[in-house]
Design a protein. Structure first.
Length: 238
């Protein structure tokens, strides 16, 4: 039997829920781009910056998911105790006296390199094209590929953290990495909710990558969807 999605009471609490549960948290004072900012203890630098109207780009961040810092676009310079380090703002907690710089020459250079790598992998994805224009990337020194997935991992995390099923994961390593069900076989646990496709920032992930047949509860009964072994198209049937 297919495992059912975990009820809300059993699922891991997302970061936004945890943040809502700490409204009375102690205030933390820090400086972002020379501007004094107040944040709640437990907030990340990214949350503090966005609350203050300061933009930091991201590709793998979503308020409903636990942050991982995978894309590295949100890197900032953090100075504490006289030491300056480059850190991912989505996983760096705020602290009293912290100084943050989001747009230094060093940070802009790092982001430009990250976007160049992303563009080399996914040159035809709209969100990557937009980022490339934004960071001023004109000539890409990296070899060009034609992937439609830049491996942000949000679809995988959403399936695990929100749906509670875990029908997909990231397989292989390096440039050969890709999102797929275990062993590249059709998933036997996908419930067809579409969360993975809805959360994909590239808008290229589809449910057809996960299953060959699934059942959907509709008015008046259950419809089954199949994938043709010849043309790979989907059709409904008994």
């Amino acid at each position: 039997m297919k495992p059912e999605a975990k009820p809300d009471t059993e699922r891991e609490k997302g970061p936004e829920t945890e943040r809502e549960n700490r409204p009375g948290a102690a205030a933390v004072s820090l400086t972002i781009n020379g501007r004094k900012v107040k944040a709640r203890k437990g907030d990340t630098v990214l949350e503090a910056a966005r609350d203050a109207g300061i933009e930091i780009p991201t590709l793998c961040h979503h308020e409903a998911l636990v942050p991982t810092g995978s894309c590295r676009l949100c890197v900032v310079e953090v100075t504490q105790a006289g030491r300056t380090r480059t850190m991912a703002s989505c996983v760096t907690p705020v602290a009293d006296g912290m100084k943050v710089a989001t747009d230094t020459a060093r940070i802009k250079s790092i982001r430009r390199t990250v976007v160049a790598l992303l563009e080399a992998r996914c040159p035809d994805i709209d969100i990557i094209k937009k980022l490339a224009r934004k960071v001023g990337l004109k000539k890409n020194p990296f070899p060009r590929d034609d992937s439609d997935c830049f491996l942000c991992g949000m679809c995988v995390r959403a399936c695990h953290e929100i749906v509670g099923v875990g029908a997909i994961g990231i397989a292989n390593r390096g440039p050969d990495s890709e999102v797929m069900p275990p062993f590249s076989l059709e998933s036997s646990v996908c419930i067809g909710c579409g969360t993975c496709a809805a959360i994909c920032p590239a808008r290229t992930f589809t449910l057809e990558k996960v299953f060959r047949r699934r059942s959907m509860h509709v008015t008046g009964g259950v419809n089954s969807v199949f994938r043709c072994k010849v043309c790979e198209s989907h059709y409904t049937g008994a």
